[in-house]
Structures are given as C-alpha cells and as structure tokens.
Design a protein around this ligand. Sequence first.
Ligand code: NAI
Length: 250
Amino acid sequence: MSIPFSAEGAAGTFRPDLFAGQTVFITGGTSGIGAATAQYFHMLGANVVAAGLAAIAAPIEQSERLKIIELDVTDRTELEGAIKALPQLDHLILCAGISLNSDELEIDSFRRVLEVNLVSGMTAAMAAAPRLIRQGGSIVTVASMYAYFGASERPAYAASKGGVIQLTKSLAQLFAKDGVRVNSVAPGWIETPLAKNLDTKTKGVIMQRIPAARWGASEEVAAVIAFLCSPAASYLTGATLPVDGGYLTS
Ligand code: NAI
C-alpha cells in the first residue's frame, strides 16, 4: 500500500511561508523523525537548527536556512549553550531519543536512556523558555506508544516516554500564562533507523495490530508536529496526539 503523503506534500497542506521568519531548534534532528521534521519546517520557510549525533551522516542537506550541528543532549553545557546562542527561537522540538533494549535492565543503561529521552528535554525547555516567551512560541516533545504500555525488555524507554507525556503537561501548565504552548506527539511504528532494532517476528506482530495496515513515514509525524506549532493549534496545550495509524484503538 502506498503512503498517501510525501515530503513535497507539505505545501499542499500548509501555506508554504507558514513559518517564514521563525526559528526552529530540533534535538535529534540528524536522523529519522527529527531530520524529516527539520526538512519539513525548512520547506515551510523556517530557519532550522537540526542538532544531534552523527551530524555528518544526517540524511538532509545543510543550507542557508537549515543548519545541522553535532550536539550531545546529555552534555548540559553544550545543550544550553547551543540554545542560548540563538538570537531568536520560536519552536523547540524535542526529538532526541534512544533505546538500549534489554541492556536497560542494567542501572547505568537505564539512567542513560532517562538522561537522553527525558532529562535533556527538561534542560532544553528551561534554557529555551525566555526566548520562546519573547516570541509566543511552542514546544513539541516526542513520546511513543511505550508511553501508554510497559515493556519488560525496555523499561527505561517506557519509563522515559511516560515521563515525556507528564513533563509535557507540566510545562504546558507552567508556560501557559506566558503564551507558550507545549504539546507532544506519540508516534506509532515509524520506519526509521531506531525501528531497525526490532526483529522480524516482533515487526510481524506489530503489523497485525495496526488498523492502517502499514508502518508510518517520518514525514507523517513531522506534519503533525508542524500543525502543533502552527496558529491552527493556538488553543491546544498539554495534549499528546498519537500518530499511529490507529494502533492505540486496537
Ligand atoms: P533515530 O535513531 O533515527 O533518531 C534519533 C535521533 O536522536 C538522532 O538524531 C540521534 O542523533 C539523536 N540522539 C540520540 N542520542 C542523542 C544524544 N545523546 N544527543 C543528541 N542527540 C541524540 O530514531 P527515530 O525513530 O527518528 O526517533 C526519534 C524520536 O521518535 C525518538 O525520541 C524516539 O523515541 C521517537 N519514536 C520513534 C518511533 C519509531 O517507530 N521510529 C516510535 C515512537 C517514538
């Protein structure tokens, strides 16, 4: 079945200059969903900073309005410095994430996943707050289906993603009076390098439970992130939107 969407479709859904003159900072912008989101905002006119590991191998092209930077979100000084160096910030997208699978049963790995997936989000949000407040901007976090159910083989990933949803609600409350909205997307099963972790048998079981009968594309998550940052979502804050082809309904 073909995906009824393409990256070029952005302009078919949104005004091509929707984010012109705005700056978007994306953690985890060097691969998968984050890279697609960087490209998507770029197509809609934004100045984009895509930050993450292995920047040199990012599947997107650097341009005048799209900067790709090497950044480890667990390095607090580096993360805060990159955000505070921006002359302007309108939208912060917190997409950096890892899973260490069953290694997460070991406490150092558990802690590492929490640092990347959850703690870095809080660090980035607090560093970005003054700039976002000045612009009346927004934050979008990236949760997961694992925010809704436990996972014996990846307890840190599930705990971190549950935490991401609660952090989203807390920051939404904190910044609402300042005109900054904070929302989350919970992607279902999206074809990215991260998903390559799963074995064929697990992938088969997952497919059986997706009403849309296909995995999602990174651009389909990027489009929902763009909506959450757009004026169309002006009264939406603290929400988590599943982007899952109906997975949660089954
Ligand atoms: P990916 O592996 O393609 O991308 C992960 C990104 O996070 C990369 O840019 C990587 O450099 C960055 N990252 C990892 N550790 C970092 C660190 N210490 N410092 C800075 N950046 C770091 O994975 P994918 O699938 O694009 O995941 C993006 C987000 O979406 C993650 O938060 C993931 O948990 C979430 N997600 C993905 C799903 C999927 O099916 N692919 C489903 C649900 C959620």
